[in-house]
Ligand binder design. Sequence first.
Ligand SMILES: Cc1cc2nc3c(=O)[nH]c(=O)nc-3n(C[C@H](O)[C@H](O)[C@H](O)COP(=O)(O)O)c2cc1C
Length: 455
Amino acid sequence: MPVGSSPILISWGDRRKGNDRKGEFCRKSRIKTQSHLDPTPPNSVKNSLGKTRFDHGVQRAASNSVGRGPKLDTKTLIAISFKVAIRQNGLMTNATSNLIQHPRPIQTRTNPTTVTGPLPILKIGLVPIGFPVVQAALSGYSDGPMRIIARRLGASYTVAEVMIDRFVLDLKQRHRTRRHLHVTDEEHPVGGQLMGSDPASFGPAAQKLVEVGFDVIDINFGCPVKSTAGSCRGGYLLSEPEVAMEIVSRTREAVPSEIPVTLKMRRGLDDSAKSLDDFYRILDGAFARGVAAITVHGRTVEQKYVGPSNWDFLFDVKKHAGSRTILGSGDLFTAEACLEMLRATAVDGVSVARGAIGNPWIFSQTRALAEGLSLPQPSIAEQRRVMEMQFALCLQSSELAQSLATMRTFGIKFAQQQSHSEETRNAFARIRTIEDWHAVLDRWYPIAECATGNR
Ligand SMILES: Cc1cc2nc3c(=O)[nH]c(=O)nc-3n(C[C@H](O)[C@H](O)[C@H](O)COP(=O)(O)O)c2cc1C
């Protein structure tokens, strides 16, 4: 969901309690945390190339969310916080800039058995997935249209953006909100992801996601955004193994046995020995309670997006897990990286996140590379075709203004595929009307050039 849009305003009484102060404690665990919804995020950061980048929109929206200004819904806050968290380390303003700027993952161990072997066929519980490269949950991005595009371009499975348990329970099938609970026929298999702090509400929320058609229920123990209510959820539950396992049990018991329940975890709250112990306690406990697969992001919660993802950790997790299904996450920005993670860590599948924003071709590219073919690059015509397709899909589920806002967000990322990326990006950023949208496509993705297939 584009920053600042708030189709669903839910009650947020606890926001007034001043829970966003730095250095406060998670209410349940008493674990000292820093604020992950910083009320005064930097309005400029230097990226690793030394360029200063600004994002007043995120800053304004984030500060509005904790003090004055319009109320924002939970989903919007999470999306903003992800962006703020990323900006705080100055690494990501668009998907492809990561190709240049992102540090290499930590990777010294190599799985000797699969270095040259065939790729694994991924299965999540009873749900066959196939090609082991999937689209990750991405708050603010992996809505229905993005998921459908990913599937059409080769992703074998996608996960919807995270939803708060209470948000799901309160959602009505009203016009403005029903898209959050809308699963189209061509999306299957698709996962719905839940986050929350109260084990009791996970079961009913999971049931609701199953009713609307999600094939897999994924539980988020990875989000680095602290609850505005001061209680632990997402990644902070990694420090609360008992609560985390209670959530797993309640969810597993609530949904039919043929629906797999999966987890998304970071490699720990931080780098302490306790954190490592807690990670494996939850991993083993969750599998023992019937979880079908676990996706592990090789960064800690404390790390947010600073520094590399630790693929050595993924190697160790898979070795520990044996035949139990593990997917890896972190620093997957190219087709080569996807295959490299599969081969080096021996995980059963990889979950592409930022690398798929504005580059849905990463899935077909990985398939091609796995077959020994050269990397297909999207032509200008193909880029235009996919953006028009995504816009058309947005219009099926959202109003024009919302659809334009979504395409503004995505267009900025798609622009990185263009040789005139800077100008194209700026042009997308200025889109306000349908005429603006057509003008940008005609200027930077001209039909004549499309007809000849030029880049
Ligand atoms: C903008 C953004 C939104 C995200 N939203 C979610 C989410 O809703 N659920 C989730 O489990 N992970 C979420 N993540 C984490 C990603 O799925 C992934 O684990 C992380 O970005 C590491 O992969 P990468 O380094 O290849 O991007 C998000 C990440 C970003 C950057």
